[in-house]
Design a protein around this ligand. Structure first.
Ligand code: NAD
Ligand code: FES
Length: 297
């Protein structure tokens, strides 16, 4: 039904302008987006669901930061599939069709004492707001950040600024400690640090390894899970995980969970369920990439 002139909104006013869009590392992007209501409400650990266009795939992305006065939120994301690869082509000044959030429960932050914030790869962007909130709550924050190689390390200055100590690793030894973030966590334990809490965000094998380690020392450990999501509101069941033997929906019950209770085997299987389709979508995208590049130029 056609509306009156007053009811006909300028489409762009309802959409979310990309204020800045930078490459942090190969395939890792840092996007600031106009989303004033979300910027005012969001808390560490929460996420948004983004669609580039009305019929685009829905992409869940953790909110890495924001400015409530400027009305912007920060999204740090990795090109992991067709949709995020296409989003990587978007330019400053373009509009995202919709950004829904803040979704999920905020990370539970209190004065724990000494807190380790671990970020693996692109997960470093997600651990940053948690480290900032922990520092604000009066904790002594030790951050551990790792990537496969030096070029893939991101937001180090931001993490350093909020941490009493920052430890860095690379898998290939090109920067910092030669090894995994979990080796650095072990070093903290070995040097006699009393760790009151660990937050870990990154690839599933990293979070699982971190939990296996902290379980031995009874260090409470929170992980942020990123299963496949569709609606983000607890309706579709796509994000189902098992935690402590109970079914939980990550979008409404999480994304943070007690890592010692997470069924990582099931999570790994569910994440692999659509691998063939995802591969086909990437192949299609690669074939048609030049057309999409033109539409964003
Ligand atoms: P990556 O595979 O390059 O790993 C990053 C770091 O994690 C490594 O440098 C290493 O220090 C550590 N790590 C990896 N495997 C480990 C293991 N088996 N044991 C101990 N430490 C290990 O990471 P990436 O390519 O940047 O990450 C991509 C993955 O992270 C994707 O699968 C993505 O879905 C996931 N991710 C998760 C979240 C979340 O909320 N949990 C957020 C963003 C991305
Ligand atoms: Fe549908 Fe969580 S994404 S229930």
């Amino acid at each position: 039904m056609a509306g009156t002139e007053e009811q006909v909104w300028n489409r762009n006013e309802l959409m979310h302008r990309i204020v800045s869009h930078k490459l942090l590392a190969p395939a890792a992007h840092d996007m600031m987006v106009d989303a004033p209501l979300i910027a005012r409400k969001r808390k560490a650990g929460q996420f948004v669901i983004v669609r580039m266009r009305e019929l685009s795939e829905r992409i869940p992305l953790t909110i890495a930061g924001g400015d409530p006065i400027a009305g912007t939120i920060r999204l740090i994301y990795q090109e992991a599939g067709k949709s995020t690869m296409e989003m990587g082509l978007m330019k400053e000044g373009e509009f995202l069709s919709d950004v829904v959030g803040p979704l999920g429960k905020p990370t539970h932050i209190e004065k724990f004492g000494t807190v380790v914030c671990m970020g693996g790869g692109i997960g470093t962007g997600e651990i940053l707001p948690v480290a900032q909130a922990c520092a604000l709550a009066g904790n002594r924050v030790i951050s551990i950040v790792g990537a496969r190689t030096k070029e893939l390390l991101i937001v180090l200055d931001d993490v350093r600024e909020t941490s009493a100590e920052l430890l860095i690793s690379t898998d290939d030894g090109s920067f910092g400690f030669h090894g995994f973030v979990t080796n650095l966590l072990q070093q903290l334990v070995d040097r006699g640090e009393k760790l009151d809490k660990v937050f870990a965000v990154g690839p599933v094998p990293m979070m699982r390894a971190a939990c296996n380690m902290t379980r031995k020392y009874s260090i409470p450990t929170e992980v942020s899970l990123n299963p496949i999501m569709v609606d983000g509101t607890g309706m579709c069941g796509a994000c189902r995980v098992t935690v402590g033997g109970r079914t939980q929906f990550v979008c409404v019950d999480g994304p943070d969970f007690d890592g010692h209770q997470v069924d990582f085997d099931e999570l790994t299987k569910r994440l692999q369920a659509y691998r063939t389709l995802e591969k086909e979508a990437i192949e299609y995208w690669e074939k048609h990439r030049c057309l999409l590049e033109e539409s964003h130029s």
